[in-house]
Design a protein around this ligand. Structure first.
Ligand code: PEP
Length: 248
């Protein structure tokens, strides 16, 4: 269960969240990941040390170093105990022009440094209304993982986030989400064979305590990537508890 804080929370706000949330991280029976802004990674890595809460970055550059003003490399993320990094989020694709080819390079760069990529895919409202959701998402998965080493497939995390459901309050129904997750699993099997069964596929898009249980109960939904409801420790903790109950 991963919270993507996007461009929210100063270091002090991040630490206040950590203080209130930390008890859950000590007894977690599910993997809990927080993706704060880069600026809060150092403080949170100290605050959560010795707990089971893991950190993710929200982006990386694919190169190890160089003349890339404003960018951060996987080696730099490693210094802050980032075990995961989100790549290809729909906001990065729409607002910063990130392409499947760039996501592919980033995924390889991350896994080479032993950071697990959380690769986001998802269709637009137009794609869904024209009946192309499954095809578009399968294509994104294929292109975003074209060079990914098959021996490391089990460390991948996919996040299916229908663009029309992100931050809108609209959620895919459990059946709609399961249909796409199943198609993603099929595509992953074509790419990587049987290890695809072990790849975590998260659902993202207006997940809240009220809808988490029904979504997480679906066969191919293994977890969630949570935006808005991951900002408050109460709602994120409630969602994590649903996951513990449904899988435990
Ligand atoms: C997200 O941005 O990854 C996300 C799922 O946001 P929200 O939960 O707010 O829809």
């Amino acid at each position: 269960m991963a919270a993507n804080w996007k461009m929210n929370k100063t270091v002090n706000e991040a630490l206040a969240f950590a203080e209130a949330f930390i008890h859950l991280g000590k007894n977690a029976e599910v993997d809990i990941v927080i993706a704060p802004p880069f600026t809060a990674l150092a403080a949170l890595s100290r605050a959560f040390s010795g707990t089971e809460v893991k950190l993710a970055a929200q982006n990386t550059h694919a190169e190890a170093s160089g003349a890339f003003t404003g960018e951060i490399s996987p080696d730099m993320l490693k210094e802050f105990d980032c075990q995961y990094t989100i790549i290809g989020h729909s906001e990065r694709r729409a607002l910063f022009g990130e392409t499947d080819a760039e996501v592919d390079k980033k995924a390889v760069a991350l896994i080479e440094r032993n950071i697990r990529p959380i690769v986001c895919v998802g269709e637009s409202l137009q794609d869904r209304e024209s009946g192309q959701a499954l095809e578009i998402v399968a294509q994104q998965v294929q292109k975003s993982l074209e060079s990914y080493p098959s021996g490391r497939a089990e460390e991948l995390v996919l996040a299916y986030e229908p663009v029309w459901a992100i931050g809108t309050g609209k959620t895919a129904s459990p059946d709609e989400a399961q249909e796409v997750h199943k198609a993603i699993r099929r595509t992953l099997k074509e790419l990587f064979g049987s290890p695809a069964e072990e790849i975590r596929i998260q659902y993202g898009g207006s997940v809240k305590p009220e809808n988490a249980g029904a979504l997480m109960a679906q066969k191919d939904i293994d977890g969630a990537l949570i935006g808005g409801a991951g900002l408050a420790h109460e709602s994120f903790a409630a969602i994590v508890r649903y996951q513990m109950e449904s899988k435990g």
